[in-house]
Design a protein around this ligand. Structure first.
Ligand code: GLU
Length: 541
């Protein structure tokens, strides 16, 4: 039997799985069951041993949608199977670190409602969670690899490597290291080390890579040694490269499943070779398909607008962001909109993740936001927070213009929110000029009134009488009926003009919510105030 077939046989007998039932099998093999989540249970109270996943960004930039999605699938996977979600910051490329990015990544995960269980900030039993604080582990492992003959010191100068690259390019080949230092004798190595010659450590890539079963992409195997030279695992500055640090940490942090972007799929064979060289059991791998723009183009990190902080600044709700990034992808039993994290967890079905790229239509974000805002408004506790938030925004936007402090009252703001839910996508909209009438009295002139109808005096009186009759109890249904019959009474003014006049008196505008809704929002006292003014302007007109 060929080594490849032998590997497949061993894998199938052992812990790898057949596509389609991969994840169920993964979970079964580990004796784990999906946790049943109620809509209120958010975290795991009983963490079953076994599932440990991680999100391992490099703080070389701020968190963007692609990263959020990887973190989210890991979070959901952990919560579904009663596991632990780890945040590890891979900060070994010190030259590319962006100040503030590390803190911001963790802030954003918390803001999004998918906080890690173990992280640089929260700590945990298998920390530290910042690679720059784990350097001893990497050098110890690199040394272990050298001692067992799986890695070697390389003294090639940057000039020599540059030359190799140039020659390869000239010959139309892909540049690769020629593994020269692999063949140095022990005494040559010792001599160079004793002389303090600058060096790196390279891992010996061997042929005969074993296949592995990716949870999403199925069987995979990249004969890396045929396309690459031996990779550097320790740099001359004593820092590890990504490949070494990543597997060392996944091993020592007891990561059971590596769920990461599909761009890492081709590196996995290399990682598995390293696991085997160290005598370690590799984790189960699952590579998530790429997240792309709806036209199939790359979701560029350079467009400032895909950073989570900009969504946050623009008033996007975290739930809406999570919903839209999973809605376009796969791995769920349904694709309905409006799912909150608990529902995402209970509807998650890893065997449904496909290999197709996920096409994200960000133009639909306001729609998602609208649905989630509605759900927030309907939740009494959250609504209380929303009223506080909106109150602040009203004060910031209109402070000096507010004539009636009643508009800052929680009950008033709540009433507005309940009337506008399902129509608005963010709280911010409510402080736009379109809704200014809710917080400040409109200004309009007698000329504007006269331009609508000559019967404004009569109409204003009818409204005032109606409001007096209705007392404090204004409902949309009743008011709509009342307004219809009221509009029949002026002889020379059509229904449309009557409504235009009412709208002008209530808001100073010609568009906006229905007149009945405006009235219910404002309440009887304020309606009376505004129609008294109309009455005065009608006299003088
Ligand atoms: N630091 C890598 C990244 O930023 C992690 C890749 C992985 O998850 O293994 O993408």
């Amino acid at each position: 039997m060929s080594p490849w077939l032998e590997c497949c046989r061993r894998s199938l007998q052992g812990r790898l799985f057949v596509r389609g039932s991969v994840c169920d099998a993964a979970v079964r093999t580990r004796g784990l069951q999906p946790r049943t989540l109620t809509s209120t249970s958010r975290c795991c109270s009983t963490v079953q041993p076994g599932v440990r996943v991680r999100f391992a960004p490099s703080p070389t930039g701020f968190l963007h949608l692609g990263g959020l999605r990887t973190a989210l699938y890991n979070y959901i996977f952990a919560k579904k199977y009663g596991g632990v979600f780890v945040l590890r910051l891979e900060d070994t490329d010190q030259s590319r670190l962006v100040p503030g990015a590390a803190e911001s990544i963790e802030d954003m995960l918390e803001w999004a409602g998918i906080p890690p269980d173990e992280s640089p900030r929260r700590g945990g039993p298998l920390g530290p969670y910042l690679q720059s604080q784990r350097l001893h582990l990497y050098s110890q492992t690199a040394k272990q690899l050298v001692e067992s003959g799986h890695a070697y010191y390389c003294f090639c100068s940057p000039q020599r490597l540059g030359l190799l690259k140039k020659e390869a390019l000239r010959a139309g080949q892909t540049p690769r290291y020629d593994n020269r230092c692999r063949h140095l004798r022990a005494d040559q190595v010792q001599e160079k080390l004793a002389q303090g010659t600058s060096h790196v450590i390279r891992f010996c890539l061997e042929e005969g890579v074993e296949p592995f079963q990716d949870m999403i992409f199925g069987w995979n195997r990249h004969e890396v040694a045929q396309v690459e030279g031996d990779p550097v695992v320790m740099k001359a500055d004593g820092f590890p490269t990504y490949h070494l640090a990543n597997i060392v940490d996944d091993h020592y942090m007891k990561i059971s499943h590596v769920l990461r972007g599909s761009e890492w799929l081709i590196s996995t064979s290399k990682h598995i070779l390293m696991y085997r060289a160290l005598g370690w059991q590799p984790p189960t791998f699952g590579h998530l398909p790429l997240l792309m723009n709806k036209d199939g183009s790359k979701l560029s990190k350079r467009q400032g607008d895909i950073f989570i902080q900009s969504f946050q600044r623009d008033g996007a709700l975290p739930e809406a962001l999570l919903d839209i990034t999973t809605n376009c992808g796969s791995g769920f039993n349904t694709s309905r909109m409006g799912r909150r994290i608990d529902e995402l967890i209970s509807e998650f079905n890893p065997s449904k993740i496909t290999t197709h790229s996920a096409l994200l239509d960000l133009e639909r974000l306001p729609e998602f936001n609208r649905i989630h805002l509605l759900q927030h408004i309907e939740d009494e506790q959250v609504c209380h927070l929303l009223t506080k938030d909106l109150q602040e925004q009203i004060l910031q936007t209109y402070s000096a213009e507010i004539q009636d402090k009643e508009v800052l009252h929680e009950d008033y703001i709540k009433r507005v929110l309940h009337l506008r839910k399902g129509h608005i996508s963010s709280l911010k909209e409510l402080v736009n000029p379109t809704y200014a009438y809710l917080w400040v009295r409109p200004s309009f002139s007698s000329q504007q009134v006269a331009a609508v109808t000559a019967e404004s005096h009569l109409i204003a009186s009818l409204v005032l009488k109606l409001i007096e009759e209705r007392g404090e109890e204004l409902t949309m249904d009743q008011l709509s009926k009342d307004l219809k019959s009221l509009a029949k009474q002026p002889k020379a003014t059509k229904y449309r003009e009557v409504m235009k006049l009412l709208r002008l008196a209530l808001s100073g505008l010609q568009q906006g919510p229905s007149v009945a809704e405006m009235m219910v929002s404002l309440g009887p006292a304020e309606i009376q105030h505004r129609f008294q003014k109309l009455l005065q302007l009608s006299h003088s007109g």
